[in-house]
Ligand binder design. Structure first.
Ligand code: ASP
Length: 402
């Protein structure tokens, strides 16, 4: 930032260094201060010197105050900002995308649209990115089509063990939970860990106990159970030579109608959201039932900060989906943001990790959604499909099923 011409301008200029329209603002401040100095000269000639320091300070401060009221965006010196924006995903997949029928595509389209609208509504009302990503993910957690909350995958013992994480790009505060069984909205439990404990991560019975103590809604296993996910699970267990455990307590003995499935299952149904709010802050959230047939106690990338979820106003916000073990080894979400910090665009950074680094590890499949500090959402996947949607201030929703 260049030198300013008067003390008040210099002080406020430092405060505003990272804010929106920094360049334009600095120019205007210089003009304002220069005008003030010009007036000082004139007034000096009128021998009113005693009042000048006060007048000059007032002029500069008034101009700064006007511009300080505008929206703020980190990294605005580098690129023009685009206002608020949000992107969501509902998992990625391979062969299942080839056989997706129109009814299935339409059901997923509608579900994505609903979740996107919940997140956008927060941002339209000048709410926080953190609230927007939580709102969008909660809708997806309630939707049985996705592998998160209701509709979660099953561990080999037939239980749902759910993972979730949320991160605030403004403060780098983060919260996550793993292997929780009873919380209707694991993403809200992750947020409670972030806001009401000194910790970042809690797991298993301790996290469930904390959830109850926080008054978060608890549900029985039968609430999270869907026939679609159970049939998918049973097939995976049989295919891998393992026996299918008894159906969860409270669930009927025989297969229920598959009305909600349209014959479609997909491997990575994790859900996530990234957002930029009108204050220029970023946030990311991810929620999942994990991998079907996982060993009880297995934890994937989604709740691990830096692996499946990351957000920093300095670089980007990321939510991933895919085989968690590869995302963990690459600290993939953080790595995308590191590449952005090093000068790559979010698209370049996401593509490099998803199309180069991830498949370089045999079995590395998946995708990410990424929010730039300027508010441009991008995505990248190395699978045939990824359910994804985005909305930016000033333009309508964009939803991709295939
Ligand atoms: N990443 C998730 C996990 O490994 C799975 C998914 O994306 O569907 O737990």
């Amino acid at each position: 930032m260049g030198t300013h011409f008067c003390a008040p301008g210099r002080v406020f200029g430092q405060i505003l260094r990272s804010e929106t329209w920094g360049t334009r603002l600095r120019t205007r401040m210089r003009e304002s201060c220069a005008a003030g100095i010009k007036m000082v000269g004139m007034m000096t000639r009128l021998r009113s010197v005693l009042y000048m320091p006060f007048l000059l300070t007032t002029l500069c401060a008034a101009h700064v105050a006007v511009y300080a009221a505008g929206p703020a965006a980190p990294n605005a010196d580098k690129a023009q900002t685009h206002g608020w924006a949000i992107a969501i995903h509902g998992g990625a997949g391979e062969s299942e995308w080839e056989h997706m029928d129109a009814a299935t595509a339409s059901a997923y389209h509608d579900s994505l649209a609903k979740a996107l609208a919940a997140g956008s509504a927060v941002l339209k009302g000048h709410g926080k990115a953190l609230d927007a990503v939580e709102a969008a993910v909660k809708v997806l957690e309630d939707d049985p089509l996705f592998n998160a909350g209701r509709g979660s995958a099953f561990a080999a013992d037939g239980k749902n063990e759910m993972d979730a994480a949320i991160m605030d790009g403004a403060t780098l505060a983060a919260g996550s939970v793993a292997d929780v069984e009873f919380t209707r909205h694991p993403i809200s439990l992750a947020r409670a860990v972030m806001e009401h404990t000194p910790y970042v991560m809690m797991v298993g019975p301790g996290a469930d106990e904390f959830s109850r103590a926080q008054g978060l809604e608890q549900q029985l296993p039968s609430f999270f159970f869907t026939e679609m996910r159970w049939q998918e699970f049973a097939a995976i267990m049989r295919a891998s030579g393992r026996s299918v455990p008894p159906r969860p307590a409270g669930v009927g003995p025989g297969p229920m109608a598959l009305s909600e499935v349209h014959g479609f299952t997909h491997r990575f149904g994790t859900v996530g959201a990234v957002a930029r709010d009108s204050e220029g802050h970023l946030a990311a959230a991810t929620s999942t039932g994990g991998m079907q047939g996982k060993m009880p106690g297995r934890v994937g990338d989604s709740p691990l900060i830096g692996a499946g979820t990351y957000a920093s106003d300095r670089s980007c916000a990321v939510s991933g989906t895919g085989v968690g073990e590869y995302f963990i080894r690459l600290t993939l979400a953080r790595q995308v943001c590191t590449l952005v910090e090093q000068g790559q665009t979010p698209q370049q950074a996401a593509d490099r990790m998803i199309h180069s680094e991830l498949p370089a590890l045999k079995g590395g499949e998946g995708g990410v959604i990424v929010m730039a500090p300027t508010g441009e959402p991008v995505w990248s996947s190395n699978t045939l499909g990824m359910f994804r949607a985005k909305e930016e201030e000033g333009s309508g929703p964009e939803i991709h099923v295939k």
